[in-house]
Design a protein around this ligand. Structure first.
Ligand code: PEP
Ligand code: MG
Length: 885
């Protein structure tokens, strides 16, 4: 029979699939002998079964009973005992951390009888009744969907009647009245009494945690974070320990290193006399963890030693939730902590220096996506006005936007917005996703706003206590700002500025540009070190898609070792449009030759500059691809111009011929029409002119002492015969240009037929480059320009796509064509060079795919070159360090 329940002493940190992250780590800490309250974990498998059938799996409840008995024996208390009752917490815990997205219920086991037992046993009647009212509130809301407001209103009324400002000031008698009122609310909303049977409480709570996997906010969070929707959550049942038993108790969150910068030290927040979720909820302001050294030096020292042991065990930054109950320290949770991109690099390098991990492992601790975030700009503080105030810098970045005070407004906004709130809660998620940045007046680095923003890579400043947020305005430093006013928030320094502060390039970009040296800067040093190691390990080379010498030069500074795609059509725009028009309108061979002859020197100069910028490195120049009518004015515009001229009795002149040409060349599906190699075969002399320009440019560079390495690439080939024809013409042109170096001729593989007949095509191609943009369109049969806005959202929501196939390669479909073409191409021509130049070349997940598929290089836009270099190195070491080809 399937086992659905594991005691904490039975599991370990590697069982995350089954026990969830929290359960696996609680088990690990228990095995390490750390002070973890006894408990057990109900598996994710049980959750999946429950969600599938809508009922508790057979045997689960008796398993739970058995483990509860074990727990009782260990803690020497009994669940439901009227004198000294065991209370438990029931917490969700999926494989991947989903902070605040699912449910937690504390104090299970309290009822009208055990509350008195808890009061007697703890010697604190007020505490017992406060716990009971918390249970009814949490249980009612979570298990039976009683609206949170119903309890909150009652609580506010109780405070008002008692004439006190905070819940902590309510007396025992007032709390007893509140319990009575809460039970009535529960009865009114659910049609039943609050369950007095403690086992029923527990089972209902477990079911509701299972169901919370499918709560709307949890589904949204998973979609955003790309966590699979079918994993389910585990449920952790743990003996309660109390941080709200007076001033020698409290609860806190700690990090073994600063999750924002990676610096070593003591980072965390502590809240005295508080229970569980109060810290994360950011409801009261916490003190810094270092103050615990004064408040409770013994627990502090013990905590420091626990943190050190956890770092050693996990070999990484850990974050921890702990509770101190009457001077006794308890660990409630640990995990490898989330961190900012900067911290990820700094910590990975530190751990190498400390001898904890190898450079190969360090590469796995960072990602291309994180590097991409570090390449975002920051504020130009020299041009900034004095800040309005400073909050806690919780997630780096520079965000400028109009103030919005609620998440609905943020989600509905059309321009950039900053979400300004006292604190955030999981319901704010859609607004947080829609905002440039998040600003709160309460809570520390571990508040909900901070944790979620860091996870999303959004700028966040929290705990800016000077902000007085009042409905739809905020007052700070004597100024009142309203919704719509623009502010700038700096997630690195915590500064909040009025107006839009100018933004400047990231230091990482300046480092890649060669404007800054890494010397002495911990982040740049870490980036440099990991990039160098990635370079040593990578098998894939990284080229750039660059059409101009300026772009090519930048790509080279960023580490590109060639141009993988120069799209020559960009060289036909601007003033040169006229020449293309002449080419299209030419009635005779000589008119066409004249137009081509006028284009030739312009093209030659473009290529010379490009080859100079990439001297000594391969430059793959693609012959013109788009349909020629794209260079003519749009049909509507010409029609209107001609109609106007005719109405005025004037001769439409050139416009008339252009209109006729546009009509003649009109295509229903230009994407699938006369473009690429087809155009080259139909318009005589066009490809030949480009080939001549390339060869002459190369010859000129050689004459100047350069080392030009151009390659000619033919787009949109579907049949070897097309390529053979173009090749024949190109070779005779090349033979006629004296002084040119050898120039290889290859093709793009971007039509499914080309992939399938790659064996034949390779006989005429010295290299392949996958045009995965077109290959994706043609494999799926949809046009990118039309469909991305039309239905991709829906497809992503339905889980038909995990990610847009235009961003991340569709490994099963398009990827299969890539694999087929590589195999057949190399079988026909061993040593065939194979690369990719579609957008996927700079996408981290796709780079891994191309590594595995055995490509020689990826080519991407210059700004993504560092990301691709890092990912190429990661891909090589991920495969165990060996060349996987
Ligand atoms: C491609 O199709 O992937 C490609 C690089 O060509 P383009 O995007 O210019 O069609
Ligand atoms: Mg293409």
């Amino acid at each position: 029979m399937t086992r659905y329940v594991y005691d904490f002493i039975e599991g370990n940190k590697d069982l995350k699939d089954l026990l969830g992250g929290k359960g696996a780590n609680l088990a690990e800490m228990t095995r390490m002998g750390l002070p973890v309250p006894p408990g057990f974990t109900v598996t994710t498998e049980a959750c999946r079964e429950y969600l599938r059938t809508g009922a508790m799996p057979a045997g689960l409840l008796s398993d739970v009973e058995d483990h509860l008995r074990l727990m009782q024996a260990r803690i020497e208390k009994t669940f439901g005992d009227s004198r000294d009752p065991l209370l438990v917490s029931v917490r969700s815990g999926a494989k991947f951390s989903m902070p605040g997205m699912m449910e937690t219920i504390l104090d299970i086991g309290l009822n009208d009888v055990t509350v008195a037992g808890l009061a007697r046993q703890s010697g604190d009647e007020r505490f017992a009744w406060d716990s009971y009212r918390r249970l009814i509130q949490m249980f009612g809301r979570t298990v039976f969907d009683v609206p949170a407001d119903a309890f909150e209103t009652e609580l506010a009324a109780a405070r008002a009647t008692a004439g006190v400002a905070t819940d902590a000031e309510l007396s025992t008698a007032q709390l007893q009245d509140l319990v009575y009122a809460y039970k009535k609310i529960f009865q009114e909303h659910t049609g039943r009494a609050f369950p007095q049977a403690v086992h029923e409480q527990l089972f209902l709570a477990i079911g509701s945690v299972f169901r919370s996997w499918n709560a709307e906010r949890a589904v949204l969070y998973r979609r955003q974070e790309r966590i699979p929707q079918n994993l389910g959550t585990a449920v952790n049942v743990m003996a309660m320990v109390f941080g709200n038993r007076g001033d020698s108790s409290g609860t806190g969150v700690a990090f073994t290193r600063d999750p924002a910068t990676g610096r070593r030290g003591v980072y965390g927040d502590y809240l005295r006399n508080a229970q569980g979720e109060d810290v994360v909820a950011g409801i009261r302001n916490t003190v810094s963890l270092t103050e615990l050294a004064t408040i409770d030096p013994v627990s502090y020292r013990q905590l420091m030693s626990v943190m050190q042991r956890l770092e050693q065990r996990y070999r990484d930054l850990c974050d921890i939730e702990f509770t101190i109950e009457n001077g006794t320290l308890w660990m409630l949770q640990t995990r490898v902590g989330k961190r900012t991109p900067a911290a990820a690099f700094v910590i990975a390098a530190q751990l190498v220096d400390e001898g904890t991990i190898s450079l190969d492992e360090a590469l796995q601790r960072v990602s291309g996506a994180q590097l991409a975030q570090l390449m975002f700009p920051s504020f130009d503080t020299d041009a900034a006005p004095p800040p309005l105030t400073v909050g806690v810098p919780a997630s780096p970045g520079a965000a400028v936007g109009a103030i919005v005070f609620d998440s609905t407004a943020a989600a509905a906004a059309t321009g950039p917005v900053i979400l300004v709130r006292r604190e955030t809660n999981p319901d704010d998620l859609p607004g947080m996703i829609a905002s440039q940045g998040i600003l709160t007046s309460r809570g520390g680095k571990t508040s909900h706003a901070a944790v979620v923003a860091r996870g999303m890579g959004k700028t966040c400043v929290c705990g800016a206590e000077d902000l007085r947020i009042d409905g739809d305005s905020v007052t700070v430093a004597g100024r009142t700002l309203h919704a719509g006013d623009v502010i700038s928030i700096d997630g690195m320094t915590g500064k909040i500025y009025p107006g839009a502060v100018p933004v400047r390039p990231s230091p990482v970009v300046r480092y890649f540009e060669g404007e800054l040296s890494a010397n002495g800067d911990p982040l740049l040093t870490a980036v440099e070190r990991l990039m160098i190691h990635a370079g040593h390990r990578a098998r894939l080379a990284v080229h750039a898609n660059a059409d101009t010498a300026t772009d090519a030069a930048r790509a080279r500074r960023f580490g590109a070792t060639g141009v993988g795609l120069c799209r020559t059509e960009h060289m036909f725009l601007g003033d040169r449009r006229q020449l293309v028009e002449r080419l299209i309108l030419a009635d005779t061979d000589s008119e066409r030759d004249e137009a081509l002859a006028a284009l030739l020197p312009l093209q030659r100069k473009d290529f010379e500059d490009l080859l100079a910028a990439m001297d000594g490195l391969p430059v793959t120049i693609r012959l013109i691809d788009p349909p020629l009518h794209e260079f003519l004015p749009p049909l509507e515009e010409l029609t209107a111009r001609v109609a106007r001229a005719e109405a005025l009795g004037e001769d439409p002149g050139r416009d008339g011929s252009l209109l006729a040409a546009v009509r003649r060349m009109h295509e229903q599906n230009p994407m699938l029409g006369l473009r690429g190699v087809r155009l080259g075969l139909v318009v005589p002399g066009l490809f030949a002119m480009q080939v001549r320009a390339i060869a002459q440019a190369a010859a000129a560079r050689v004459a100047d002492g350069g080392d030009p390495r151009p390659e000619i690439m033919v787009p949109l080939v579907g049949a070897v015969q097309e390529l053979e024809t173009v090749r024949g013409e190109a070779e005779s042109v090349l033979a006629g240009v004296p002084g040119a170096p050898p120039i290889r001729i290859g093709t793009m593989i971007e039509v499914p037929r080309a992939a399938l007949t790659a064996g034949q095509i390779a006989s005429a191609a010295e290299f392949f480059s996958f045009g995965t943009n077109d290959l994706t369109q043609m494999t799926w049969g949809f046009s990118r320009d039309d469909v991305e806005g039309a239905f991709f959202c829906r497809y992503l929501a339905l889980g038909i796509f995990a990610a847009s196939p235009f961003e991340t390669i569709d490994a099963d479909g398009v990827g299969e064509l890539v694999r087929i073409a590589v195999d057949r191409g190399r079988a026909a021509r061993p040593g065939l060079t194979v690369g990719v130049c579609g957008e996927h070349g700079g996408d981290p997940a796709s780079v891994r795919f191309f590594h595995d598929a055995g490509l020689d290089y990826v080519s991407c836009s210059p700004f993504r070159v560092p990301v691709a270099r890092l990912e190429a190195g990661r891909a090589a070491c991920r495969a165990g360090g060996s060349d996987s080809r």
